[in-house]
Structure formats: structure tokens, C-alpha cells
Design a protein around this ligand. Structure first.
Ligand code: NIG
Ligand code: FE
Length: 415
């Protein structure tokens, strides 16, 4: 099957000069091409051509892209998409003045979602997750990372990761599963933290590794979640069991997570709302991705990660949604990119590279996705606009007209 995407007004390529990621001034370069056509052969990009005339009969399908924008499929590199229940009541409580931490301390928060997720059947969990995935796809997402972490016991953590793997094999987009058993301490282990950490290290990590249920292991390092020492112990065990690592750090408190992330050579450190200047400097000297989550800062009214400063110092910035029932219920990366541009001080082009090539690199997938380049997978969006800047300018509007995943149209919207 070969497809011609004929002469879009603009192609955003996002190609990185080192073929891996973009940082500093290159982050502001989206590799814009005007009136180039793209040829897809099977699941890959076969050519990017400036030619003005084609023999249309040579193609199985020709899509007229005149007046449209093409860009790489968006990559949501941090979500907690598999969960049951709602926390709309907590949103209302926050509007009335309660803080996220106060609500968590009173039995709301993560623990509330854990109860609902534990009692949900695998079928139900999968059905709701499928619906949410359709929402992500309609917003242009073609690859998504999904963390466990709303099970916090053996059976439910495994159930969530099995769901993630089934969604990957049965669904249209790539799902990258991450084990986040260390999301918080479950109530039954409230007075026995060590017991829960033992369960993670001695039962869950080996089993998940043996069954290859997750590529990454993540820990929520925070005063109210896991300490530096606990986090280190868990990450070390995960490393021994062949996981690659990620870290939630510096969301509310800066307690040494960046330094630990560097020591453990994690792939990405996420949140970083309260990262300090010294840690920015240290992180900028590594190839670890700094994934910011502007939707969380917006929704919880907490500080925004100092992305401008981080980019200027040389950090490799990615943006993700952190979609979850407590701290960000938004699945639209373009809307979150708009928030990043206004509140995290990012330039428009920087936000685009942050959800494509840099997000791909944060998941170790930059050889295959994240940019429009010959040989890469044909994960391409057709946007119903002739100027890519409109993607952020008209905030909250969905410009996604067609989603192509591995050369196959998986979503189409008629305008
Ligand atoms: O990434 N920070 C920890 N976990 C989620 C919030 C989860 C919840 O509130 O349910 C986050 O923001
Ligand atoms: Fe998160």
C-alpha cells in the first residue's frame, strides 16, 4: 500500500540534527517545509518530495493536502490513563479552597482512585481506557505512555499492566507501559511502609519483568509519597530486573530527586514544578529528559516548571499531559502546549518539538517516531489549517483532521 500526501501548505518535520533530541536553540527549529509532498509505503515514510507533479495512478491512494499542515503524530509520554471512578467532587472542593494535599490527607486523592480501580473488573477497566484512548487519538496522539499506580496491590497492579499491554496489541496506537507501584503507600500498609516496598521489590518487579509487562519503572518521589532512600532502593531493584527508569520529582518539594535521577541514569524526570537553579544546571549537563506537565500546574494552581530557564540552560524539555483523575483531566496536548507557552514561558516552536521528537526520545523511540523523516514510521497528522501557528493560537480548538498511524488512517474527521 502506498499513499501520496499531496502538497500540504506546510510540513513540520521536527528532525533533530543529532537524530536523537533537541535542546537549546535547536528546540526552536521545527524544520518547516512548504509545499512538499510525502510518500508513504506500507508503514513507513518513503519520500519527502518538492516535486510539483506526480503520476497519481502510481499510488493506491492520494490524499489532497493542499491548504493543510502535516506534522508528526503527538506523543504523550506521561499518563495514568487506566483507572476507575471520578474525582469531580475533589475538583469542587478545591474550587472551594481546599488544597490537593489537604484532600489527599483526608482519604481523597490517589487512594480514592485506588479503591475504585481495585473493585473494577478488568473488562470494565479496559473499556473505559479504550474510550479514553479514542479521545487521545482524536487529539492527534499516536503513541502514549501509560503508568500503573492505581492498584497498589499485587493483583491490581498486574491487572492494570495487562490492560495496558492488551490495549497496545489490540488497539490502533502504541501504548508504552510503565510500572508505578510506588505511586503512594496503600492504606493497608500505612504503618508498614517497608512491607509495601518489599512487595514492590520482591514480588511485583520480578513478576512484571519476567512477563515483560512494562518497559519502565517509575517512582513518585515526594514528602507525601516515597523518600530518597526508598526511591533509590526501588529504582535499583528495577534496574537489576532490566527496567529502564523514570521519576516523578520536584512537584511540591525539592528534596534531592534530580540528583538521584542523574545518579540512577533515569530516562526522564517528570514534573519539576519546583526545581531549583542548581538542579537545573546539573540536569542540563546530562541527556536526561526534563518532562514538564503544565496541565497539572494549571489544574492544581501550583507553580509552573521554569521551562524557559531550563531550556536556556540546555535541558532537553518534553511536554506531556499527565492525564489522571486527580491532577490533570485534560487529554489535549495542543491545549497543554498553549498553557506551556503562556505560563512556562516556552516559544511556540519549542512546544512542538517537546511533544514530538523530545517526547519520542524520552521513551527511547526516537529511531522510529517523533519526526517526519524518510525511513521513520508514518505516524502523521493532517491538520485542518494552512498555518501551524494556529495550533496554539486558537487554544482549545481541535485541528486534527486525519490521524495516520504506521501508514494506516485510524481517525478521520469531516469539517
Ligand atoms: O502525576 N504526582 C503523582 N501522581 C499524579 C496524580 C495522581 C492523582 O492525583 O490521582 C501526578 O500528578
Ligand atoms: Fe504523573
Amino acid at each position: 500500500m502506498n499513499i501520496l500526501l499531496f502538497r500540504p501548505a506546510q510540513v513540520i518535520t521536527c528532525k533533530a540534527s543529532n537524530n536523537r533530541f533537541k535542546r537549546k536553540s535547536e528546540l526552536n527549529d521545527i524544520g518547516l517545509l512548504e509545499e512538499y509532498s510525502i510518500i508513504i509505503e506500507d508503514n513507513r515514510i518513503a519520500d519527502i518530495s518538492s516535486s510539483k507533479s506526480f503520476d497519481f495512478t502510481q499510488f493506491d491512494s492520494v490524499i489532497d493536502c493542499r491548504g493543510k499542515v502535516l506534522m508528526p503524530g503527538l506523543i504523550d509520554s506521561h499518563t495514568h490513563l487506566i483507572f476507575s471512578g471520578s474525582r469531580a467532587d475533589e475538583f469542587e472542593m478545591r474550587l472551594e479552597g481546599k488544597t490537593y494535599e489537604e484532600i489527599s490527607n483526608k482519604g481523597g486523592g490517589i487512594i480514592k482512585t485506588v479503591s475504585a480501580t481495585r473493585t473494577s473488573s478488568k473488562e470494565n477497566l479496559k473499556e473505559t481506557a479504550k474510550e479514553r484512548l479514542r479521545e487521545s487519538i482524536s487529539n492527534g496522539i499516536t503513541t502514549i505512555e501509560i503508568k500503573s499506580g492505581y492498584g497498589l496491590n499485587y493483583d491490581t497492579e498486574i491487572k492494570i499492566l495487562e490492560c495496558a499491554n492488551e490495549l497496545n496489541s489490540d488497539g490502533d496506537i502504541d501504548v508504552i507501559p510503565t510500572f508505578l507501584g510506588a505511586h503512594t503507600i496503600p492504606v493497608e500498609f500505612k504503618n508498614n511502609r517497608k512491607g509495601y516496598i518489599d512487595l514492590i521489590i520482591n514480588k511485583l518487579i520480578p513478576e512484571i519483568s519476567k512477563r515483560k509487562l512494562a518497559k519502565y519503572c517509575d517512582v513518585f518521589l515526594e514528602k507525601t509519597a516515597f523518600s530518597i532512600d526508598e526511591t533509590k532502593e526501588i529504582l535499583k531493584a528495577a534496574k537489576r530486573n532490566n527496567f529502564d527508569l523514570r521519576l516523578h520529582s520536584d512537584q511540591f518539594n525539592s528534596i534531592g530527586g534530580v540528583e538521584l535521577g542523574i545518579e540512577m541514569d533515569v530516562k526522564s524526570i517528570d514534573h519539576l514544578e519546583v526545581i531549583n537553579d542548581e538542579d537545573i544546571k546539573k540536569l542540563s549537563q546530562t541527556n536526561i529528559v526534563a518532562t514538564i506537565l503544565p496541565g497539572v500546574s494549571y489544574f492544581l494552581k501550583i507553580p509552573f516548571a521554569p521551562a524557559r530557564k531550563m531550556i536556556d540552560k540546555g535541558c532537553i524539555i518534553a511536554i506531556a499531559s499527565d492525564f489522571n483523575p486527580g491532577s490533570c483531566t485534560c487529554q489535549s496536548l495542543p491545549l497543554i502546549m498553549n498553557i506551556a507557552s503562556i505560563y512556562n514561558g516556552m516559544k511556540l516552536n519549542e512546544t512542538i518539538n517537546a511533544v514530538t521528537i523530545n517526547a519520542a526520545y524520552s521513551l527511547g523511540l526516537e529511531k522510529y517516531i517523533g519526526s517526519i523523516e524518510i525511513g521513520k514510521l508514518a505516524d502523521i497528522l493532517i491538520l485542518n489549517t494552512n498555518d501551524y501557528k494556529n495550533l496554539l493560537y486558537y487554544f482549545g480548538k481541535n485541528f486534527v483532521q486525519t490521524v495516520i498511524k504506521r501508514g494506516k488512517i485510524i481517525y478521520e474527521r469531516n469539517y
